[in-house]
Design a binder for this molecule. Structure first.
Ligand code: SAM
Length: 288
């Protein structure tokens, strides 16, 4: 693999039609804000997974590379970050950032994380740590990723995952509001329609064990956001980018969207209100 040079690996690679949230500039900005707001929990998880200078780290479904750039700092120039995504435009943004920061040890792979046997054919037992954040919930075959990871990780290597379980029932506006809940169900339904699963973290630990991994850490980060707080911008940015897409794709009507935005606007000015955010589960497993 050549550093910071895009290398198409599979024919699966495509853009807008694949990733349900899209790959436009609005989604890039949302992912950047999201990365910032979750970076403390993320860095703690990387420490648990033993990320160190000199290691080879895989970032699965890296998007525009916000986490990959942090990982590149942590492993340093003697290490490698292999960043995989199915979106060429996200990988191009990662390339531009890596070049600007002279991170020659960031390698990009265009391809499907469900086919690591093809996308990472030359990396058998090379990888020290693999990381996947908010990727498994979009996949139709998460077990295929785990099979691939069992091949590319070295013995003793680790996988760190942050993802959802119980998203649909957890995410709630307080006081409760039917217009809000309707949109949450539509979000989950739209991901399921593309093969995703907002409950995926309920299944991953068992799948990893089945493929020869030991669970070292399993926990949940449950947060709330109050109007006016920085964290309020996390759901807020998601509504801005994704709710209109739910109308375009027929999961909700214009009237549903308008009722939702009215409820959100009311909540945004209610200093006594809050939103229960989707619980982000974290998992670290070790390859035996
Ligand atoms: C919510 S974004 C998360 C991006 C990044 N992990 C982060 O935490 O900022 C999901 C990413 O997974 C990628 N993705 C979804 N399905 C994929 C697949 N089958 N193979 C490779 N990438 C995929 C999307 O293109 C997108 O960049």
């Amino acid at each position: 693999m050549t550093s910071t040079t895009s290398i198409p690996r599979t024919s699966h690679a495509h853009d807008q039609q694949a990733y349900v949230l899209g790959t436009g500039v609005d989604e890039t900005a949302r992912l950047g804000l999201q990365h910032r707001l979750w970076s403390a929990a993320t860095h703690e998880l990387w420490e648990r997974a033993g990320v160190q200078p000199g290691q080879t780290v895989l970032d699965l479904g890296c998007g525009p590379g916000h986490a990959a750039m942090d990982l590149a700092q942590l492993v340093g120039p003697t290490g490698r970050v292999i960043a995989i995504d199915e979106s060429a435009s996200f990988l191009k943004q990662l390339h531009d950032n890596a070049v600007a920061r002279r991170f020659h040890h960031v390698e990009r792979v265009l391809g499907d994380v469900q086919d690591l046997g093809t996308t990472l054919a030359g990396e058998l037992s090379h990888v020290d740590v693999a990381y996947a954040r908010w990727v498994f919930c979009f996949l139709s075959n998460p077990e295929a990723v785990i099979e691939g990871l069992a091949r590319v990780l070295r013995p003793g290597g680790r996988v760190a995952v942050q993802d959802y379980f119980n998203y649909e029932r957890s995410m709630t506006l307080a006081p409760r509001c039917e217009a809000f809940t309707k949109v949450i169900h539509a979000v989950a339904a739209s991901w399921r329609a593309r093969g995703g699963d907002t409950d995926v973290m309920g299944k991953l630990p068992g799948m990893f064990v089945k493929h020869g991994f030991t669970v070292e850490h399993l926990d949940v980060c449950q947060r709330i956001a109050r109007p006016g707080s920085t964290l309020w911008h996390w759901p807020n940015s998601f509504w801005q980018t994704f709710v209109p897409k739910l109308v375009e794709t027929g999961f909700i009507s214009d009237a549903d969207m308008n009722a939702f935005y009215a409820a959100w606007e009311r909540a945004s000015t209610d200093p006594a209100g809050f939103v229960l955010l989707p619980p982000v589960f974290e998992l670290v497993v070790r390859k035996d």
